[in-house]
Design a protein around this ligand. Structure first.
Ligand code: GUN
Length: 294
């Protein structure tokens, strides 16, 4: 494995494992995306749709929009009030999707409880679906066809590639079976010839399953579900989970995993920034395909 960046934040690295610095990976991706944007006579355009004032969602969308603008993408956010009904949301999303000047559309999740996410995600044109959540893109991913791939799994792959963590023939255990992360990560890493196990919070003897892994992906959203006693010494551990404990944001990986693993993504500064970078990468990919740019 390539030596991890020494400039990584040491506050997040209490043990002997190396830090997989997501910020460094995200910066490298953003630089490459900015170069691709320069090839367009009219910059790609990305529209975020956000409903309500959930502070975490607002903050995620702000950081995605900020990075999009930094790389030269035209990015804007349509903010709808919390009390928006399903029909109004569908009409608004459809109008954005139908705008020929728009290359990418991202509806931030979760939506407020009274709204049904599935029809909204299906209203997005699969070729503008920078989240890769449309059923057509899910099918394309599992079939090995070109399509839009969800950003967090793409980010996990990018972290492994940046730090030269091997995937081919390796045992990858994913803990968490969400549509956003676990399931698409399984499809993506199968494509890279990993041997993938998709485990979850109800997996019997989760410790024994995780102990097999050369690469562990923790994506349940339950603080500390991956413990040091489960992890094979030297394994690579990627932490996607996020929960609030005593007012602090923590991941799914317990702090003592840093004493056993070979390399770990910190929280914050690990998988999160790379997910954001993949939103802008997907936007440029969508625009290139739509407009048949080089
Ligand atoms: N909410 C949490 N993660 C995501 C994501 O990757 N995409 C969208 N649209 N909403 C999210």
């Amino acid at each position: 494995m390539k030596a991890p960046d020494s400039a990584a934040p040491d506050s997040a690295a209490p043990g002997s494992a190396s830090v997989l610095d997501g910020k460094a990976v995200a910066d490298a991706i953003a630089e490459r995306v900015a170069e691709r944007v320069k090839a367009f006579s009219l910059a790609p355009r990305l529209v975020f749709v956000r409903v309500g004032e959930d502070p975490a969602s607002a903050s995620y969308v702000r950081s995605k929009q900020r990075l999009a603008r930094r790389v030269g993408i035209r990015a804007e956010t349509l903010v709808l009030p919390e009390e928006t009904d399903q029909a109004t949301l569908m009409t608004q999303v459809q109008a954005v999707v139908d705008d020929d000047d728009v290359d990418g559309v991202l509806v931030q999740l979760p939506l407020p409880d009274h709204l049904d996410e599935a029809p909204v995600l299906e209203a997005v044109d699969p070729d503008k679906d920078v989240d890769g959540f449309h059923a057509v893109n899910v099918g394309r991913l599992w079939s090995g066809l070109p399509g839009m791939v969800p950003c967090t799994p793409l980010g996990l792959e990018a972290i492994c590639d940046h730090y030269e963590v091997p995937l081919h023939g390796q045992r990858v255990v994913i803990v968490g079976r969400s549509n956003l992360v676990g399931k698409p990560a399984a499809a993506l890493l199968l494509r890279r010839h990993a041997t993938v196990t998709l485990a979850h919070s109800r997996t019997r003897d989760l410790a024994a399953v995780v102990a097999e892994a050369d690469v562990v992906i923790a994506a349940v959203g339950r603080a500390g579900i991956v413990q040091a006693s489960m992890v094979k010494p030297g394994a690579t551990v990627l932490d996607v989970g996020m929960s609030r404990v005593d007012g602090r944001i923590v991941g799914d990986v317990a702090p003592d995993v840093w004493n056993v693993a070979g390399a770990v993504t910190p929280m914050p500064g690990g998988t999160g920034p790379v997910t954001v970078a993949m939103v802008v990468q997907n936007t440029v990919t969508a625009a290139e395909r739509r407009r048949q740019q080089p």
